[in-house]
Design a protein around this ligand. Structure first.
Ligand code: CA
Length: 581
């Protein structure tokens, strides 16, 4: 047995309350090294004297199942209940070589009854406090998100068009600073279309006052950009969306402020005397002209997002800044009833601030969804009390690295995706945001080499995974586009109801129909001997999906063929079938 690979950490994603009564345990072992794992567990006070007067701990034994195989490790899992909400536990691990060991809080022991009675070697869950269980909003598990880049979705009101607005031509390759006049009225006008498509969560790129077309350079967090509409219109839009069962997520940029903001302008005007001088990370006055280190100009006078001088970084350790940003966060929830915040560059803002943020918004709406933009392992933010979930780039990029580029084999992808799922508690995985493209990347169809079937297959895979899928506007219209700004072309409404639209609508319908299983069920990924990728989701139903990412047709197993009404069908390259029991 490779004992150096054994790993378990209490009070982490390896040991967590799934809900008030269910404790989930995970154990990491070396890959293909272990024959079985049993957990011995019981109430720490469940101790009785035996006939000889010796105190004996009464434990029960429960077999763990191998819940996944990662790149270098196997994962074993079990769900325990405890009538008195207290548990102590150890693992009995049997290697394929016949070795049998106990793994507990103070290390490895030989598996003897005497060692099983060494109470100090038990891992402990002193009390299963429901209030300490990581809570994630249930509605997100049933949501298919739709990302709207407001400037390019639809122009519903030409009266608010910025000067120099270009005609709405979906075939255009937009320039970095072009305007096309999209606005909130345009979204309102098309809510019925979005409802027909089936999406039930709208994720808006920033809509607050800002000078650029993307609005990531916020001038005023408390105003809607006049080119998009006004507060009355936004309130109307939220109400109309809610009436249709759609949730609303807004994008908050709290890492930095726009150059044009009143606060930064005050710093520019008054230097060290500005009452906002401590709102930013300023090393030296005067702050301009900005020295850009990547241009070899030396240390910058103030800190910024990346090396963008027009995006000065906010000092979120300053209580005044905290109060201001929390006022903003609460304002849009209280006054406009939004359901979620997506937090831009969330990993570069301090944890202290996010804890205050989470507490502020969830005290208004208990099932509020807080989504962080983090591109790497995110455990520190996902232990409850900071973010509900993150944008799951690690997961979706690993998917694309197989489906779209074949940079990795199906087997590698499945192992790495399994490793990703094991980084977080199950209820957290269920509210990750799984998007294949966005306003920051080339469009899915372009990444799929303009092969619509391949794009759809990749999308279908994401729709069968744990985590809420998100579609970038225009995917359903079969739009392509390179990295930004080309991925931000005006929406092609001429394709509404077309073949691609129908395929995407069908996927959304399936995801929502089986929301309990696809949103909350268990997940098992594997590669069949014939090369098909197999996704098994078990919840209220059992759902099995097969994906052919090889370059030849693959004979379907009988079950899968029958499900599709084939007598002896073959699954073509780029094909997929989804079978529901
Ligand atoms: Ca307009």
């Amino acid at each position: 047995m490779i004992t150096s690979a054994l790993r378990h950490r209490p009070e982490s994603e390896d040991c967590f309350l799934y809900d008030a009564d269910h404790l989930r345990l995970r154990l990491h072992t070396a890959k293909d090294d272990i024959a079985s794992v049993t957990v011995i567990a019981g109430d720490p006070y469940w101790i009785f004297a035996d006939a000889s007067g010796q105190n004996i701990f009464k434990y029960t034994e429960t077999k763990m199942t191998r819940i996944g195989q990662g790149e270098t490790q196997d994962y074993w899992g079990v769900t325990l209940t405890a009538p008195y909400h207290r548990v102590q536990y150890q693992f009995v691990i049997e290697g394929l070589d016949g070795t049998k060991m106990l793994l507990g809080d103070r290390g490895l022991r030989a598996d003897t009854e005497a060692n099983r009675q060494e109470l100090s070697n038990y891992f402990r869950v002193p009390y299963m406090h429901a209030i300490d269980a990581v809570q994630t909003p249930d509605w997100v598990k049933r949501t298919v998100w739709y990302q709207i880049f407001p400037e390019r979705f639809a122009n519903g009101d030409s009266n608010n068009d910025p000067v120099g607005t270009k005609p709405w031509r979906p075939e255009d390759h937009p320039g970095r600073d072009d305007f096309y006049g999209g606005d909130l009225q345009g979204v309102l006008d098309h809510l019925d279309d979005l409802q027909k498509l089936g999406v039930n969560g709208l994720y808006f790129c920033p809509i607050f006052a800002a000078s650029s077309n993307h609005k990531y350079d916020t001038i005023d967090y408390l105003e809607i950009d006049p080119a998009f509409g006004d507060k009355a219109l936004f309130a109307k839009l939220v109400k109309a969306a809610h009436k249709r069962g759609m949730k609303i997520m807004l994008d908050a940029v709290f890492n930095h402020m726009g150059y044009e903001s009143m606060q930064w302008q005050d710093v520019l005007a008054n230097g060290a005397q500005s009452r906002f001088a401590d709102w930013f990370h300023i090393n030296e006055f005067p702050v301009m002209p900005f020295r850009n280190p990547i241009k070899g100009e030396g240390q910058p006078q103030y800190e910024t997002f990346a090396f963008e001088p027009h995006m000065p970084k906010l000092n979120t350790a300053n209580p005044e800044v905290q109060d201001y940003l929390l006022t903003v966060a609460k304002y849009w929830v209280k006054e406009f009833d939004i359901d979620a915040w997506r937090l831009d560059v969330a990993n570069e803002v301090d944890h202290h601030f996010w804890r205050r943020f989470y507490s502020a918004v969830t005290s208004i709406k208990t099932d509020f969804y807080v989504l962080g933009e983090v591109w790497h392992s995110s455990q520190p933010w996902l232990n409850g009390g900071e973010f509900s979930g993150v944008m799951n780039y690690a997961y979706t990029e690993l998917t694309m690295d197989h489906f779209l580029t074949h940079k990795q084999t199906a087997t590698q992808m499945v192992a790495r995706l399994t490793d990703q799922l094991m980084l977080y508690r199950d209820q957290v995985n269920q509210v990750m945001l799984n998007m294949l493209d966005s306003h920051d990347t080339a469009r899915l169809l372009t990444l799929a080499h303009d092969d619509q079937e391949l794009a759809l297959q990749t999308l279908a895979f994401i729709f069968t995974q744990t985590g809420a899928p998100c579609i970038y506007y225009g995917t359903e219209m079969g739009m392509d586009g390179d990295n930004d700004p080309d991925d931000r072309r005006p929406m092609d409404w001429s394709k509404l109801g077309g073949a691609t639209w129908q395929s995407v609508a069908a996927l959304i319908k399936l995801r929502r129909k089986y929301a309990d299983t696809l949103g909350k069920g268990t997940t098992k990924l594997s590669v069949a001997p014939n090369g098909l990728i197999v996704v098994e989701r078990v919840g209220e139903q059992k759902l099995t999906a097969y994906f052919n990412t090889t370059d030849a047709p693959v004979q379907l197993t009988t079950d899968a063929a029958l499900a599709q009404g084939y007598a002896a069908g073959k699954l073509a390259p780029n094909g997929f079938v989804i079978k529901v029991d």
